[in-house]
Design a protein around this ligand. Structure first.
Ligand code: AHG
Ligand code: MN
Ligand code: MN
Length: 285
């Protein structure tokens, strides 16, 4: 089953669907394939350095952050499915250029999650979320994007690891597709992904321990106490610094990922962004 076949099959359950949603997902998948191939080139791929800056979160962009952002926009702006887009790497909503039709969906994304890992060849990914525009066909305003996570129509990610995997939900289960590079298609390899109930693993950046709130500290202390503590069991700790990779591991193998509020920098109590990171991963989980 390719992603295209899967989408056609799913659409048969909604005879009145226009096909816009499927077309949008295929564009998102194409963008992810393009980013996968750029990421896989590593140092060989960087010709002209991208015009990097400091993004609205105050983080210094990597060239691949900018390249991935541009790729995602270029591939998704022309099809007529989006009323607008918003990205971790852009300050305000991205308006669909006048020469393209505007559609009914809002596309929200983190073009390259875990990009601090890019220079050391460790897994990164793209996270996306699709919302309905309250004003289909018209220019997307900031307020249009400020919807609760429960309103998401679809959420997913692509993971650029040893293999490229795309994981997707429309609210009816979670399915995973592996990119077959020879035929250029995502193939359904992980139908109905379910998180195992039992786990040995937890993931948190323990260097922030002294800035955590007491309940978080107590919970992690209990995990660290292992078989000699109240949880009666030894755990392993993991930290990839790519939430998208941790989320995928948890979908496959169970566990918990935490980036709790901390007091390290009082102006930034949370590390992860609600719209681009927490909401889509929450919908998948
Ligand atoms: P991004 O690369 O998009 O800025 O996000 C990275 C996020 C998340 O994916 C990861 O778990 C976390 O930041 C890593 O934070 P530390 O640098 O504190 O480890
Ligand atoms: Mn991110
Ligand atoms: Mn990012």
């Amino acid at each position: 089953f390719t992603l295209t076949q899967y989408l056609i099959e799913q659409r048969r359950r909604f005879p009145d669907a226009s096909g816009d949603f499927n077309a949008l997902i295929l564009d998102v998948a194409l963008a992810c394939k393009a980013i996968a191939s750029a990421v896989a080139m590593g140092e060989l791929g960087s010709t002209a350095p991208a015009d990097v800056a400091v993004n609205v979160q105050g983080e210094v962009q990597k060239p691949m952050d900018v390249i991935s952002n541009t790729t995602f926009i270029r591939v998704n702006e022309w099809g007529g499915h989006c009323a607008g887009m918003a990205s971790e790497e852009m300050e305000g909503p991205y308006q669909i250029p006048a020469q393209h039709p505007r559609g009914k969906y809002l596309l929200v994304f983190d073009p390259l999650d875990g990009s601090s890992n890019i220079d050391v060849n460790i897994t990164v990914g793209t996270i996306f979320s699709i919302l309905r525009s309250p004003n289909p066909g018209s220019e997307a305003k900031v307020e249009d994007f400020l919807q609760p996570g429960t309103q998401q129509v679809c959420a997913g990610f692509a993971l650029y690891g040893p293999s490229t995997i795309m994981v997707l939900t429309t609210g009816n289960g979670v399915d995973g597709f592996t990119l077959d590079r020879d035929i250029g298609e995502f193939v359904l390899t992980h139908p109905h992904m379910t998180i195992p109930a039992e786990t040995q693993e937890f993931a948190i950046n323990a260097s922030n321990a002294r800035f955590w709130e007491p309940p978080v500290k107590r919970y992690v202390d209990e995990c660290l106490a292992g078989a000699t503590g109240p949880r009666d069991k030894d755990f392993n700790m993991r930290w990839i610094a790519s939430m998208v990779a941790e989320a995928h591991r948890i979908l496959m193998r169970g566990g918990v990922f935490m980036y709790p509020k901390d007091t390290k920098d009082p102006s930034k109590p949370g590390r992860l962004r609600l719209m681009y990171e927490a909401n889509p991963i929450s919908m998948l989980i």
